[in-house]
Write a protein that binds this ligand. Structure first.
Ligand SMILES: [Zn+2]
Length: 611
């Protein structure tokens, strides 16, 4: 008896311990700590940099090489980005053939003068925007090494995202501006040449010291460490800048980020506001005729942050900065660069969108090359909710734009699966619409499949479980499965990995034996569960719900809904029949999905009316 008791008690304990251990072993990510000293020359738009990266190899693999991105090298005639832009059928209007026309004083570059590993020289070659380096000593699993680099760079004329003298007269938009270690994960290295699209990098801590002409005001990722030293009232609105000497060194620190961006202009106005229970919000812009609406932005952004934190997770950094710069809107850790000559609606829309990337990209370090639709799509979806909240509007209108965008793509003949690597879509149209519109539809429509409450819980849980990590699609699918209790692999297999689309119809309605028989038909290639709303002539409504067999369950009923759960619809069966009690005369209409959440590309056949 006693022996048995011990065995029973011991066994579950062992199981718990090994179960936990194997989980800890299965996920890993690389870690980087950057220190950079930048000496900037505003006369010729060049800078010298010295960089050390303490690199921790948390992978189970020995690394013999490392790769760096040199993004500025894309801004040279005949670069991959230049040729791509001149040969794609629908080039980005900001790029077109402009790179091909840059002269030597206008191009961007990074020249690597020295690369060392723990003091030993490292052999390397530069292949366009990528450094391929053979390590002096391999880094074993769990090993750490220090990589030091000295480089000279020239800031290109602003063409895409980064550069000098943007169209609104901001001097320096310094994004993708330093030699940056590529990411290594369970799929290996991601040393993608820069063609103007997406980013993916390891998390770590950054210490960046920028020495620049004293007239400049800097804004960016991180927290300024030495406002007193440089005589800058960074924390207070309206404090006069008093500075001496020809140049000053701005010292920034940022923790747990995967990028560092900054901007500089002598004419920045700097406004600070606080989100109750949240971060300080900083706004940097040139105050003039065209930026009048910026005065309303602090209050709006604070309202947006409160809504976002409540619905999508807690913002984990002390600051967020909205900075006039760049060529549209682009997200960076703790900051965004946006163009500023905008109406209030446009200014709010772009600020909210870029701020939400702090969640879907900044903190959830999604590999944008493979999952651009997760960061752009989820951001677009969450922006719709947030902007609707800020302006006290109905969210349907905002969401509807994503559905309309996706429908246009689905019937265009140009659609490619969302799982396509972002750089390799045939057209900007197919990439952009897949990432932003179809990506947003994927998450809105998930609410149709599992219920809106389970979807919202899944999003929040996804953030909390995967913050400061690199989740992929499967990590989100598993969480959505756990919060809903339903099987969802089929949804993503169709919607992400294929271009198959949804089209259901009400095929036949007839009275038989005193009851009504309804036949539904699946015209499209993609199966879905069916919500069929029957409206009776007395004004009452009843929902007939046919779950999809491969969901292995039903979404919960909304409490105000009169719902009949029908037998599962098997995906192999093109048609489905069910019965409504009572006479045909009692029925006003029969409609598939009245919420608009089902992405049915042909709605003409969705409703039967009793005329
Ligand atoms: Zn975006």
């Amino acid at each position: 008896m006693k022996y048995n008791f011990i065995k029973k008690a011991f066994f579950p304990l062992l199981f718990v311990v090994t179960g936990h251990f194997s989980f800890a072993q299965s996920y890993w990510q690389q870690h980087v700590d950057y220190k950079m000293d930048i000496d900037f020359d505003v006369e010729n738009h060049q800078f010298q940099g010295s960089q050390t990266i303490k690199y921790t190899n948390n992978s189970p693999d020995t690394l013999y090489k490392v790769f760096y991105h040199l993004y500025f090298n894309a801004f040279q005639p005949e670069s991959m980005m230049d040729v791509r832009s001149r040969t794609i059928e629908d080039p980005d209007g900001r790029v077109n053939d402009r790179i091909s026309k840059l002269d030597n004083s206008q191009v961007g570059y990074h020249k690597v003068n020295k690369l060392q590993q723990d003091g030993s020289a490292v052999d390397f070659i530069i292949e366009g925007t990528v450094v391929e380096a053979d390590l002096a000593r391999p880094i074993p699993p769990g090993g750490q090494t220090t990589l030091s680099m000295a480089f000279d760079s020239q800031v290109p004329v602003q063409i895409r995202r980064s550069g000098r003298n943007n169209r609104e007269g901001i001097d320096y938009s310094m994004t993708q501006w330093f030699p940056k270690l590529a990411e290594y994960d369970e799929r290996g290295w991601h040393a993608h040449p820069y063609v103007g699209r997406e980013f993916y990098s390891p998390f770590g801590n950054y210490e960046v010291n920028i020495t620049i002409d004293k007239d400049y005001i800097l804004a960016g990722t991180g927290v300024l460490q030495n406002p007193n030293e440089i005589g800058y009232g960074y924390e207070d609105e309206g404090v006069e800048v008093k500075r001496s000497g020809k140049k000053l060194t701005w010292k920034f620190k940022a923790e747990k980020v995967h990028d560092f961006a900054w901007a500089a202009d002598p004419d920045y106005k700097h406004v600070v506001t606080n989100v109750p229970g949240g971060p300080d919000l900083h706004f940097f812009y040139q105050e003039n005729e065209n930026t009048k609406e910026w005065s309303k932005l602090p209050e709006i952004t604070s309202k947006a942050f409160q809504f976002i934190e409540k619905n999508f997770g807690k913002y984990p950094y002390p600051h967020y900065s909205v900075i006039q710069g760049g060529d549209g809107g682009m997200e960076y850790p703790m900051a965004t660069l946006i163009t500023g000559h905008r109406s209030l609606r446009s200014l709010t829309g772009v600020t909210v969108h870029e701020a939400l990337h702090s969640w879907y990209q900044g903190v959830l370090g999604i590999n944008e090359s493979y999952y651009a639709w997760m960061d752009e799509g989820y951001t677009t979806y969450a922006s719709s909710l947030t902007v609707a909240h800020v302006f006290d509007r109905n969210v349907d209108w905002f969401n509807n734009r994503s559905y309309m965008g996706y429908y246009a793509l689905a019937v265009s003949g140009k659609e490619e699966p969302m799982s396509t690597h972002a750089d390799h879509f045939e057209t900007n149209f197919a990439y952009g619409t897949a990432a932003y519109s179809k990506g947003a539809v994927s998450i809105a429509q998930l609410g149709y499949i599992i219920g809106e409450e389970a979807r919202d819980k899944a999003l929040l849980r996804f953030f909390n479980e995967w913050k400061f990590k690199h989740p992929d699609l499967n990590d989100f699918v598993r969480i959505a499965e756990k919060t809903s209790g339903l099987e969802l692999d089929w949804y993503y297999d169709y919607f992400v990995n294929s271009t198959k689309s949804i089209d259901y119809g009400v095929n036949k309605v007839e009275e038989f034996d005193g009851n009504v028989l309804v036949e539904l038909v699946r015209e499209g290639d993609m199966p879905m569960p069916m919500d069929v709303i029957v409206t009776f002539k007395d004004g009452s409504k009843k929902t007939y719900y046919a779950p999809l067999s491969i969901m292995r369950g039903e979404k919960p009923v909304k409490n105000d809904l009169d719902r009949v759960v029908l037998p599962d619809w098997k995906w192999t069966h093109p048609t489905y029949n069910f019965q409504i009690d009572g006479k045909l005369d009692n029925i006003q209409s029969i409609q598939i999905d009245d919420t608009g959440l089902l992405a049915d590309i042909n709605r003409d056949n969705n409703k039967w009316e009793n005329k």
